[in-house]
Design a protein around this ligand. Structure first.
Ligand SMILES: NC(=O)c1ccc[n+]([C@@H]2O[C@H](COP(=O)([O-])OP(=O)(O)OC[C@H]3O[C@@H](n4cnc5c(N)ncnc54)[C@H](OP(=O)(O)O)[C@@H]3O)[C@@H](O)[C@H]2O)c1
Length: 298
């Protein structure tokens, strides 16, 4: 299969990459990772305020209620990076973007999915539905299935500072991955022409699994004071989340994640990141050190 889409072949050699979820964690890191590459980027966003993205970047406003806005945003794009924030509209919106991309002649889609077993839990079930839809199209795609992002620890910053950090993850382990490593993999999947036209899935993890009490131990070491992860039952944790004003959908997602952590479902270590990039994945300890200021605030 050719590595060039009809859009690339007809309009020159610089590939045009559309990035959905460009203002998000992985999308922002991907735009940084592509900074020195000879590509033409168009960032898709529901709020095309230039202040939200790097100066000089092309923005395309999308409104999922208006399918023509998706077609317009993807016109001339050769490849699409597809990420979407966790929301009840995720399946519908990602499927609409996939269909619009196929109709626009995009040759390759790199979809941000999630690592984990087939499950009824959100967002795992949503990603299964979107992946299944993608598989119906005759298009090249790379599915990135990362384990949980290390950024989820940012939620712990305030509670750690207040001495109230805890959850229902028990002593189970999870192999957290840095979103910049996910973005580096996405960059390769978008640029490496050996991926063009093929259909693959990659399971991405950090270098080692860690438990929440071990994260507390690392934080204690960096902060120079004792940090404790308070063990709670799922019901106790739900009450804490509700009290904090977290929506039921998000509370369900967070409790589902705690359960996966507690059962060490996402504890495996894959060599995929290193194989693809030639680099070692970033560690949880490095991320905590980089972001430690947030854990100090009172
Ligand atoms: N968090 C984890 O630990 C983890 C682990 C593995 C996989 N994942 C998957 O990674 C994806 C999230 O990636 P991310 O963290 O880079 O995304 P994110 O920062 O949460 O959001 C990405 C972007 O999605 C856009 N978006 C469009 N419609 C949206 C809607 N209805 N609700 C929320 N956002 C919407 C937003 O951009 P605009 O506002 O500019 O339109 C937002 O900036 C999810 O599919 C998740 O399942 C997450």
């Amino acid at each position: 299969m050719s590595s060039l889409s009809s859009n690339e072949a007809s309009e020159g050699t610089v590939p045009r990459i559309a990035i959905a979820g460009a203002t998000g964690r992985v999308g922002t890191a991907l735009i940084s990772a592509l900074r020195d590459d000879d590509v033409d980027i168009v960032a898709l966003t529901r709020n095309a305020d230039p202040a939200r993205l790097r100066e000089g970047l092309s923005l395309a406003a999308v409104d999922f209620g208006k399918p023509s806005s998706l077609s317009d945003a993807l016109r001339g794009a050769d490849r699409l990076f597809l990420a979407h924030g966790t929301s009840a509209q995720q399946v519908e919106n990602e499927i609409a973007l996939i269909d619009a991309a196929v109709a626009a002649g995009v040759s390759h889609i790199v979809k941000l999915s999630v690592m984990g077993p087939a499950s009824r839990l959100h967002p795992f079930d949503w990603h299964m539905q979107i992946e299944a839809h993608l598989a119906h199209h005759d298009i090249g795609y790379t599915i990135l299935r990362p384990s949980s992002f290390v950024d989820i620890l940012a939620r712990a910053a305030g509670p750690v500072a207040a001495g109230t950090w805890g959850g229902a993850a028990g002593n189970g382990c999870v192999n957290l991955i840095d979103t910049r490593d996910v973005a580096d993999t996405a960059r390769i999947a978008l640029l490496d022409t050996s991926h063009a036209g093929s259909q693959r899935a990659y399971h991405l993890t950090g270098p080692a699994a860690i438990s929440m009490p071990e994260v507390a131990y690392e934080l204690s070491h960096i902060l120079g004071r004792s940090v404790t992860y308070h063990h709670r039952t799922p019901d106790e944790q739900r009450a804490v989340l509700t009290e904090a004003g977290i929506s039921e959908l998000v509370a369900d997602v967070l409790l589902g994640i705690d359960r996966l952590f507690r059962e060490s479902v996402l504890a495996e270590t894959t060599a995929t990141f290193e194989d693809l990039t030639g680099k070692a994945p970033r560690s949880v300890g490095a991320w905590l050190s980089e972001n430690i200021a947030a854990f100090r605030k009172g």
